[in-house]
Design a protein. Structure first.
Length: 438
């Protein structure tokens, strides 16, 4: 697990005041020197206070989503995932279940939650019909902020019980802070980032005729939790992601302080990293060199062809029409938000729809988050983003230093280097010159 520090009283006060003013609950967990079980118990206590109907709502969500004949299949899948995930993640979910699941028997719709049902939730929320959406990244120098910008929408079933469970979970510690934008008690990452600016968003890319490898039991959203805990660059995440065999085919929208890329992972276990200038399929061309997008299908020429849904095609081309930013006309935060709220197409084909549970814009270098939820509505009934104030530990790296400070550092370093060089050329005052012996 991550090692996180204690913060000052003023830091905590700022966090509490900002969280109180926000529409979506922020669950703050201190995980300094905590293992997975201790983290889970701490989170369970917070959830019990802020979500008194936690068990009833998840039980209702499962009953509304799964048919009785599907239950055994999802239980088997959840058991396999539990055995495959990292120990810290397993211990955290088990600790949550120990505190929040009141019954031992599985019975959907009974108003109670069992430990097994909570594990099914961990797997079910990455299902293709619950986590669809689009992703968009704008690279420098076509971004008006320092560093890139990245955004995504998350569309899913309009289940009232699940909507009541929306939350941001903040894991704070000495070396990293991790932000999980999702649902209370769901420890996987649908959308998340860390205090180093590493961002990841999961978008399903279904392949109806493909099957995972027989040895594949890893849920990618749970694996992403560990990925954000241990890394700060896209390049650091790739070996682990490519090595793993996952249960789903999907796109991962990845961003850090320098760039935005998409990892296309198809079944049974093939991965291709896509950049803004990668060769794409003929029907999914992209002519915007400073932008990169993702929908719920693969677009790389090397990936399997699965863009069979007209909504994905329409959204892709709509993103290409809207995201035409250049160094001369860079994208602003408002531009990104407007694209993610675009409703110009038919309801089932538009970027933003009634099924949009939330939309987010994140600035990796500045570590700022802007969020729309279904409670973020103006008096005129229009959707709107709000900035979510989440305090982050200070990171003083070359990426975060303004350009003029970099120049100043370079000048000072060069001057010091010159002084040292000149000093070495002069004889030291306490050393007597040697005389030549004839």
């Amino acid at each position: 697990m991550m090692q996180f520090p204690l913060q000052t009283l003023s830091f905590l006060l700022l966090f509490c005041l900002s969280a109180m003013a926000q529409a979506i609950p922020v669950l703050q967990v201190e995980v300094a020197n905590q293992d997975g079980a201790q983290t889970g118990r701490q989170l369970a206590k917070i959830i019990a206070q802020q979500f008194p109907d936690f068990a009833q709502d998840y039980d209702r969500f499962l009953a509304d989503t799964l048919a009785p004949y599907e239950w055994a299949q999802w239980v088997q899948r959840a058991q396999q995932v539990r055995d495959a995930v990292p120990q810290s993640v397993r211990d955290e979910v088990d600790a949550l279940a120990q505190r929040l699941a009141q019954v031992n028997q599985d019975q959907l719709g009974d108003g109670h939650l069992s430990a097994q049902e909570l594990w099914v939730v961990q797997v079910l929320l990455e299902a293709e019909n619950l986590s669809q959406g689009v992703g968009l990244g704008v690279l420098n120098p076509a971004s008006s902020v320092r560093g890139p910008m990245v955004g995504r929408t998350l569309n899913g079933l309009q289940n009232p019980a699940l909507l009541r469970l929306r939350a941001i979970t903040l894991y704070r510690g000495s070396n990293k802070t991790l932000v999980n934008i999702g649902f209370a008690g769901f420890v996987g990452i649908l959308t998340g980032y860390n205090s180093d600016g590493l961002f990841v968003a999961y978008l399903p890319s279904p392949q109806p005729s493909a099957r995972p490898d027989a040895q594949a039991h890893m849920a990618v959203t749970l694996y992403l939790r560990t990925l954000l805990e241990e890394n700060d660059r896209i390049t650091q995440t790739l070996p682990g992601l490519v090595y793993q065999q996952f249960l789903t085919s999907h796109n991962l929208l990845l961003a850090d302080n320098r760039t935005v890329q998409v990892l296309e992972q198809s079944l049974p276990s093939t991965s291709y990293l896509r950049s803004a200038d990668s060769p794409l399929r003929t029907e999914m061309q992209w002519s915007n060199p400073w932008q990169i997008a993702a929908v719920d299908c693969f677009v790389l020429r090397a990936s399997p062809a699965n863009c069979n849904n007209s909504g994905d095609l329409v959204r892709w081309h709509r993103l290409q029409t809207l995201a035409r930013f250049t160094p001369e006309e860079p994208a602003t935060i408002t531009d990104m938000q407007s694209i993610l709220l675009d409703q110009s197409q038919a309801p089932y084909q538009s970027i933003f729809a009634a099924e949009t549970l939330y939309a987010s814009v994140f600035l990796p270098l500045e570590r700022r988050l802007f969020l729309y939820t279904q409670s973020s509505i103006t008096r005129d009934g229009l959707p709107v983003f709000e900035e979510i104030e989440i305090p982050m530990p200070h990171r003083y790296t070359l990426d975060t230093v303004p350009f003029y400070q970099k120049v100043l550092i370079l000048v000072i370093f060069s001057a010091l280097l010159g002084i040292v060089f000149m000093a070495l050329r002069q004889p030291l005052p306490w050393v007597k010159p040697t005389q030549k012996v004839l």
